[in-house]
Write a protein that binds this ligand. Structure first.
Ligand code: BGC
Length: 398
C-alpha cells in the first residue's frame, strides 16, 4: 500500500481499488467508506448501494463526489459527477488480478488544472451536446442558422467551449436487476453554447456482474436541436504495465470510414477500408500500420450493422490477456489513439500520459452530421426521446 499526497487529498492505492480519503482541514470527511476486495476474489460481497466519497472542490467551490460501483466479481467502476467522468475501471487480467483499464486523475482539481484545460483531452468524460466536430460551428435547422461555440481551430468540438465534460451533473447512486448504477442528470439550457432548445439529459452507468459497463443516454428537448452524446474514456488494457496501447489488437466491424479534411471535418465520402491501414475488419495491432496514418487514428468508422444493438469493436491486449467488446445502437465509432497526449499530464498515482497512452472508442453519429444531409440525422425534435445504449464488456483470453 503506497500512500501519496496530492492537493490536500490522501490517496491510497490498494490492490483492486483506488481509495481517496479527505485529509486536509478544508476537506470534508468521507460520506462513506469502501472496503477493498481480495484482488482475485470471484465472489465479492457487494454492498447494497454504490459508495461515495469526496473528490475535492471544483473551482467554483462546489463539493464534487466520486461514486464506486462494484459487482460480484470484484470489478469496480469509479465515476465522478464532474463531467460525468469515468475515473477508474478495475477489471481482472488473465490471472484474475484486478487492474485499472482507463486513464484518469485523482481529484477534481486535476481535471480543472490549466495543463488539463490546455491539452483538452476529455479523459473519461461525458460528451455533448454534439460529440466530435461541427464545421465552423454552424448549421441550419428549419431554415434558421445557428452558431455554436468554436473551440478547435475554426470548428466546434465535443460541445464547444464549455461542453458537458465540464458540467457538474446531479448524481444518484442506485441498483437495478443488472447491477449497481449511477444516474446522472444535466439540464443544458436553451442557448447554451449557442445550441437551440433546453435539453434534459439522463445518463445511467450500470456495472453488471458480467464485467460490463453499460451507458444509457436519454434526452428530450423543447426545440429541434442536434444531439450526439458519447463517453470519452481512454482505455489501456495493460495499464500500469505498458505505457502505450500500440500492441493492443483491434477489430472494427466496419467496411467504410468517413474521410476527413485537414481540420478533421468529413468530406461526405464513405470510403472502403479494404487495402488501407483503416481495415480493422480482421484484428490488427494498433501500432502495425499507425505510421501510415498521419497523426495516428482519429476517424469515424461506419459500422456495418445499422439496427439494434450491434458489435462496434473488439480489443485484445496480449500483455494482460484482457479483452474489450463494445456494442452499441449507434451508426459510427470514433477510434482515436490518443494522438494529442504529449506527456504534459500526470494521472492517477503520478502516471505520465504520453503519446498513445490510451485509445478511445466513442460510439456516435458521424461527425458534422448536421451539415451532411446524406448522413443519418442527429436532429432531436420536441416530443421525441433520444435514447442510445453502449456497452463495454471485459473478458480475458488465456
Ligand atoms: C477527437 C480528436 C480530439 C479528441 C480530444 C476525439 O474524439 O476525434 O480529434 O483531439 O477527441 O481528446
Amino acid at each position: 500500500m503506497i500512500p501519496f499526497r496530492r492537493s490536500g487529498l490522501l490517496a491510497v492505492t490498494l490492490p483492486g481499488l483506488l481509495l481517496l480519503a479527505a485529509c486536509g482541514s478544508n476537506q470534508p470527511a468521507e460520506q462513506s467508506t469502501t472496503t477493498a476486495p481480495a484482488a482475485d476474489s470471484t465472489q465479492t460481497k457487494v454492498a447494497a448501494m454504490p459508495t461515495s466519497a469526496s473528490f475535492g472542490k471544483a473551482l467554483d467551490g462546489t463539493e464534487i463526489q466520486f461514486y464506486t460501483l462494484t459487482n460480484k466479481q470484484g470489478a469496480k467502476a469509479t465515476i465522478t459527477n464532474y463531467g460525468g467522468t469515468l475515473v477508474g475501471l478495475m477489471m481482472p487480467d488473465r490471472g484474475g488480478k484486478m487492474g485499472d483499464v482507463v486513464l484518469g486523475f485523482d481529484n477534481v482539481s486535476d481535471y480543472q488544472s490549466p495543463a488539463f484545460r490546455k491539452a483538452n483531452p476529455y479523459i473519461g468524460a461525458l460528451i455533448g451536446r454534439y460529440g466530435n466536430r461541427i464545421a465552423k460551428g454552424k448549421f441550419t435547422i428549419d431554415g434558421k442558422s445557428y452558431q455554436v461555440g468554436v473551440n478547435n481551430g475554426p470548428n466546434s468540438l465535443h460541445g464547444g467551449k464549455v461542453g458537458y465534460d465540464q458540467k457538474i451533473w446531479e448524481a444518484t447512486p442506485g441498483t437495478s436487476p443488472d447491477g449497481q448504477t449511477l444516474t446522472l442528470k444535466y439540464l443544458s439550457k436553451d442557448g447554451e453554447e449557442g445550441y437551440p432548445g433546453s435539453l434534459q439529459i439522463t445518463v445511467v452507468y450500470t456495472l453488471t456482474d458480467a464485467n460490463a459497463l453499460r451507458i444509457d443516454y436519454t434526452a428530450t428537448t423543447d426545440k429541434a436541436t442536434p444531439v450526439n452524446l458519447t463517453n470519452h474514456a481512454y482505455f489501456n488494457l495493460s495499464h500500469g504495465v505498458s505505457k502505450d496501447i500500440l500492441k493492443h489488437e483491434v477489430t472494427l466491424p466496419a467496411d467504410r470510414y468517413t474521410v476527413v479534411d485537414a481540420g478533421l471535418i468529413p468530406t461526405g465520402e464513405l470510403r472502403p477500408v479494404k487495402g488501407t491501414p483503416f481495415d480493422f475488419t480482421t484484428p490488427h495491432a494498433i501500432g502495425e500500420r499507425i505510421a501510415q496514418v498521419p497523426g495516428g487514428y482519429d476517424h469515424n468508422w461506419v459500422l456495418n450493422a445499422e439496427t439494434g444493438q450491434h458489435p462496434a469493436a473488439t480489443v485484445y491486449d496480449p500483455t494482460s490477456g484482457r479483452t474489450l467488446e463494445v456494442t452499441t445502437d449507434q451508426p459510427g465509432i470514433q477510434f482515436y489513439t490518443g494522438n494529442f497526449l504529449d506527456g504534459s499530464l500526470k494521472g492517477k498515482g503520478g502516471t505520465v500520459y504520453g503519446l498513445h497512452a490510451g485509445f478511445c472508442l466513442e460510439t456516435q453519429h458521424f461527425p458534422d452530421s448536421p451539415n451532411e444531409p446524406k448522413f443519418p440525422s442527429t436532429i432531436l425534435k420536441p416530443g421525441e426521446t433520444y435514447h442510445t445504449t453502449s456497452t463495454y464488456t471485459f473478458g480475458v483470453r488465456k
